[in-house]
Design a protein around this ligand. Structure first.
Ligand code: G3I
Length: 390
């Protein structure tokens, strides 16, 4: 049985600057996603279908590529979006709002408005938060990347940032993506494009884990990356590094696979085995950014076969996580195609999420919901069996 780790996030006093909406997302009769009517009592929401202790998350759309689009900030202004966000999910990850370029736009200025709003929303909706991210080569502000800082100054800047951001949300973050994407696909440390590793050396990674742990001892601290679903050069590099860090007593608690999948490629069949080897090191594991993109066919709409294949990838990823004892956090990178990063980054690909632009549920949504229900049913059976025996 899964350990129950659903700590309600507690927010102290934060200056909340949410221009339009601050209400709790509730399941009102009038609104939200269009679902096929169902007559039985089985839970219809992802969060309530899940087994006890297993959180189902989504990225919270805002910042990043959204700024270049012609719609207003989704998290702040899209009422229907917010309703589904609160209803369906028990975990949220800021898609961009805690990244350096958002939260720390100038050397001496932080902007917490968006991140605070998400943490506050999560509290009201009894959701946990995944912090994303602290040490990364991307989405760093120009003042940092182009600044003329000595090594000592850079170390001070990083430590101050970690202390400030982690400190602000201490006790309210379930898992932190402390280090994001530090290896390339060959399994080599990003010694050129990661400013921290380049300037301060690989040892900085362990230091950041130590600093974060000191400030928020309850948060679980993760390495997070893409293209590490399988056993390959990149995931091997994490496996070796994490063993080394654990041996030195560095507080590393988790390894997570992002899961940006494409139906152009086969499903990573060894995902479960890969998660298991990290689990065997005593780590938590997680799926943190799942989406499954596909080629946009002529005519513009996915075929039934494409939707089936996509649903199958979603289901298998979830099943792999559910099969591993310490994989208790499963997050999709957005739930609606309306706000997906995919068409912006991959020409000719899209439809990667579990709901359409209009928030209609796709087969992938039902695949997740039904897989969660089945896992919860099995857990319940196990529990009642134990109860009868005892
Ligand atoms: O660099 C410019 C910046 O100067 C300008 O101010 C800004 C506003 O127009 O645009 C800039 O870059 C944008 C960047 O976010 C930083 O804001 C990019 O155009 C934009 O495409 C980018 O998108 C985000 C992307 O990360 C960047 O790496 C996406 O919204 C976000 O979904 C995506 O999320 C990542 C995870 O964090 C890590 N794993 C992969 C995942 C998908 O790429």
């Amino acid at each position: 049985m899964r350990s129950i780790r659903f700590a309600t996030v507690a927010l102290a006093t934060t200056a909340l600057t949410l221009p339009l909406m601050t209400g709790t997302a509730t399941a009102g009769p009038a609104g939200g996603e269009k679902a096929a009517p169902h007559s039985h009592a089985a839970p219809d929401r992802l969060r309530s279908a899940a087994p006890e202790g297993f959180v189902v998350g989504t990225a919270v759309a805002g910042g990043g590529h959204h700024l270049e689009q012609d719609y207003p900030d989704p998290f702040t202004y899209d009422r229907e979006y917010r309703k589904i966000l609160g209803r369906q999910f028990s975990s949220v990850s800021p898609e961009n709002q805690m990244k350096w370029d958002y939260i720390h736009p100038e050397r001496d200025r932080y902007d917490f408005a968006q991140a605070d709003a998400i943490v506050e929303f999560a509290k009201r909706n009894k959701q946990v938060v995944r912090g994303h991210t602290l040490l990364w080569h991307s989405q760093n502000p120009a003042w940092l990347e182009e600044g003329d800082f000595s090594k000592e100054e850079l170390r001070t800047i990083l430590r101050e940032h970690v202390t400030t951001v982690v400190g602000r949300y201490a006790g309210k973050i379930q898992q932190w993506d402390v280090a994001n994407e530090i290896f390339d696909d060959q399994g080599d440390l990003r010694t050129r494009d990661n400013i921290w590793i380049r300037e301060l050396g690989p040892g900085i990674v362990a230091d950041v884990f130590r600093w974060v742990h000191e400030i928020d001892p309850k948060a679980k601290l993760f390495f997070n990356d893409y293209n590490v679903e399988s056993v390959n050069a990149k995931s091997d590099a994490y496996y070796a590094l994490i063993q080394d860090l654990l041996a030195q007593g560095v507080p590393v608690h988790g390894f997570s696979v992002q899961g940006h999948l494409s139906t152009r490629y086969g499903f990573p069949d060894d995902l479960e085995d890969n998660l298991r080897r990290f689990d065997a090191l005593g780590l938590e594991t997680a799926v943190t950014e799942l989406d499954v993109r596909m080629d946009v066919p002529e005519g513009g709409a996915p075929t039934k076969a494409q939707e089936r294949q996509q649903a199958d990838y979603y289901r298998r990823t979830l099943e792999a996580c559910l099969a591993v004892e310490g994989c208790d956090s499963f997050t999709i990178w957005g739930f609606t195609d309306k706000y997906s990063w995919v068409p912006v980054f991959f020409e000719g690909e899209g439809f990667a999420n579990v709901m359409t632009d209009d928030f209609d549920r796709k087969p992938a949504f039902y695949a997740l919901r039904d897989t969660l229900r089945e896992a919860a049913r099995k857990d319940d059976c196990k529990k009642s069996h134990k109860h009868r025996k005892g």
